[in-house]
Design a protein around this ligand. Sequence first.
Ligand SMILES: [Zn+2]
Ligand SMILES: [Zn+2]
Length: 182
Amino acid sequence: NLAEGARKLKLDPKEKESKPHCEKHQRELELFCETDRKLICLICRDCREHKSHDLRPINEAVEIYKDKLKSSLDSLTEKKSAVLQTELTQKRKISEEQASSLQTHITSEFTKMRQILTEKEQRLLRVLGEEEERIVEPMEKNLREIQENLNSIEEELSKLQKLTEQKDDLIFLKEEACRKRR
Ligand SMILES: [Zn+2]
Ligand SMILES: [Zn+2]
């Protein structure tokens, strides 16, 4: 109400010079009735209407209300900083949550990729094993034939060796003729 009165005072150029007056008694407003929360004049004070009401001089009322305003301003400021703190905590929780879900996502993607690579590796190794078998098998068969051939050559060689060591000319010629026939 005080603020409203002050605002009217400033906005109305006609009343700029004079102080606000009581509408009922046309007297200067000098008191504030706490009970009715309005400004009254000295005649109002003596009326029955305000008889048992709590009245104060205007400057004292202003002082009291300014104090009250200041304490509610203080508590509101305190409340604001508490709410800001809560906001910060909530924001931090959200970003932690987002980070951890991203972590889970990355881990699961890499697990999938690892699995795919392992399967691919095993498939390639299997194919390679089959290919190796296909190529090596005939080579091993060939090797066995080569070794058999080598054995018979060695056999022949040792026979020839024995023949050259034959001291008896007759037996030598006989065996040589027999060998050539063979
Ligand atoms: Zn009055
Ligand atoms: Zn009153």
